[in-house]
Design a protein around this ligand. Structure first.
Ligand code: HEM
Length: 503
């Protein structure tokens, strides 16, 4: 009996082992090199063990192979991915060969019937649906529309700085949590300048619900892991991405915003106004209006807060950069305020924001699906042909930290984004070395709003406060393995001391 149980257990373990490893030859039989995958973990143990961040696992593979290969075969748990190591190939995927890779891989995990708030989000759409929805909303993101929200953004900054002074009085020893205060700002800013809502209790609830969605969405995280082990599961069932409680909250919030717009007697020229004109011209349903507005909250709130908190972290760590930035801001302010056109053209502020996004990009990697067969050529002359449904991984964080493109890559050095003709960013993007907002036809739709929102927040803080790192903050850049998203290890804790004399 004991012997029988022993044999049965061995057979079961062997079957599980076979199941977990049978497709690990996917790349080797195509002649593609890559790290030896581990059963269950695939090529990225950090994803399961939490010992190091998933993006650091990617970075290790990138660094090991980049000098001899243009791409390697890797496994996300059990799912095969072709990881690109040469920025030029990455640029091809985003721009020149876009039609071959026009879908985001994550879209396959979402069921739009279960998540009606996501039905119009361009990030999750493919083919004709994506083209239609993106072209419908794009005119809502023009610089002219952003300009019309700028006055409100400045008011939000004022109340945010007052909030910080108050918080510092209460928590002077512990410092303030950079991500929390940045989320407070982006939530209030989007609530007031996009939704037209100014009730502060709602702002707190927006932050709470967004955190639930991005940090504590355990069901969806578990489902993503299961889909990595059993890819076919996505054809059988999908889970809801937005928990019902959050969905109800956001739906009511946006319905309230639509009501405020309709009842207001002043003409607005903002994003909401664009959506309302679409309602008339394209017969947009209320559900579509709500979903387009939700895109702003889902894609824009946490990403911008991440950039603001990390930019403050790096400015706190590099005091000479902070002083130079303050000088630029103060010299270009009139009565403590910067006008919209000037804000857009401050070169050092721009460079600080882009350098923060380079060092700690909110999108650490990207996975694109092959939509039309495509062949990549390796630097050693080999080739690999991808079929529809194969996926490529773009190691954004690793490319941003590659010393071939950025010397001393961990150093915060905004000067690298300054050139006399101001073209350095364009150059880096064209060689596939800067991907903070993606590139090509699917490049971040909210880039104008995101950069203005981030710059106005940083300018207000730096002109009014000296920012230093609290002792709780680890000074060297390292991703926190406990979070799937971008977060400095241990969090960002900041001290703000009010500046009495503007110099
Ligand atoms: C600093 C803040 C932000 C960063 C760093 C950022 C970054 C990105 C990145 C890397 C992508 C993916 C591009 C790709 O894989 O092809 C993206 C897509 C997108 N972003 Fe942003 N984003 C930010 C803020 C915003 C805001 C405020 C919005 C407002 C609506 C927004 C809306 C979108 C949308 C709709 C897409 C999908 C575009 C498409 O697939 O056609 N983002 N963003």
């Amino acid at each position: 009996m004991v012997l029988f149980s022993y044999i049965l257990l061995t057979v079961i373990f062997f079957m599980i082992y076979l199941f977990l490893t049978w497709n690990f030859t996917y790349w080797s039989i195509r002649g593609i090199k890559g790290p030896k995958p581990l059963p269950l973990f695939g090529s990225f143990p950090g994803l399961v063990t939490n010992k190091q961040h998933f993006a650091d696992d990617i970075n290790n593979i990138y660094r090991k192979y980049k000098n001899c290969e243009s791409y390697v075969g890797v496994f996300l748990l059990r799912s095969p991915l072709l990881m690109l190591l040469e920025p030029q190939l990455v640029h091809d995927v985003f721009v020149t060969a876009f039609k071959h890779f026009s879908s985001n891989d994550v879209a396959k995990l979402i069921d739009k019937n279960k998540d009606p708030l996501l039905i119009c989000n361009p990030f999750l759409l493919s083919d004709q649906e994506w083209r239609e929805q993106r072209s419908l909303v794009s005119p809502g993101f023009t610089i002219a529309r952003m300009r019309s929200s700028y006055g409100t953004m400045q008011l939000v900054c004022k109340s945010w700085c007052e909030f910080l002074k108050h918080q510092m009085n209460i928590h002077s020893k512990d410092g303030l949590n950079g991500k929390d205060i940045a989320l407070h700002f982006t939530a209030e800013n989007i609530a007031r300048s996009v939704l037209g809502i100014s009730e502060i209790t709602l702002v707190d609830q927006i932050t709470k619900n967004m955190k639930m969605l991005s940090e504590n969405n355990n069901v969806f995280i578990l489902y993503t892991i299961m889909a990595g082990i059993l890819p076919k599961i996505i054809n059988i069932f999908k889970v809801k991405f937005i928990p019902s409680k959050c969905e109800d909250f956001f739906k009511k919030l946006i319905q309230e915003a639509l009501k405020i717009y309709l009842e207001s007697s002043t003409k607005r020229r903002d994003f909401m106004d664009h959506l309302m004109s679409l309602k008339k011209t394209h017969n947009l349903s209320e559900q579509n209006l709500i979903s387009h507005t939700m895109t702003f909250l889902i894609d824009g709130l946490d990403t911008s807060a991440t950039v603001i908190s990390h930019c403050l972290f790096l400015l706190g760590r590099y005091q000479t950069v902070q002083k130079r930035l303050r000088k630029e801001i103060v010299n270009n302010s009139i009565n403590g305020e910067i006008c919209f056109e000037t804000l857009n053209e401050l070169p050092y502020l721009n460079a600080c924001v882009y350098e923060s996004i380079r060092i700690l990009p909110p999108g650490l990697w990207s996975i694109k699906r092959c939509t039309v067969p495509y062949t990549f050529t390796n630097k050693n002359g080999g080739k690999v042909s991808l079929a529809i449904g194969d996926s490529v991984m773009i190691p954004i964080y690793a490319i941003h930290h590659d010393e071939n493109h950025y010397c001393n890559p961990d150093r915060f050095q905004p000067e690298r984004f300054l050139t006399e003709d101001g073209n350095n960013l364009k150059l880096l993007r064209n060689i596939g070395a800067f991907l903070g907002f993606g590139d090509g036809p699917r490049m971040c739709l909210g880039i104008n709003f995101a950069t203005i929102q981030t710059k106005v927040a940083i300018a207000s803080i730096i002109s009014q406060f000296s920012v230093t790192l609290n002792v709780k903050t680890k000074p060297f850049v390292k991703l926190d393995p406990k979070y799937f998203l971008t977060q400095q290890d241990g969090g960002v804790w900041l001290n703000f001391s009010e500046r009495r004399y503007i110099t």
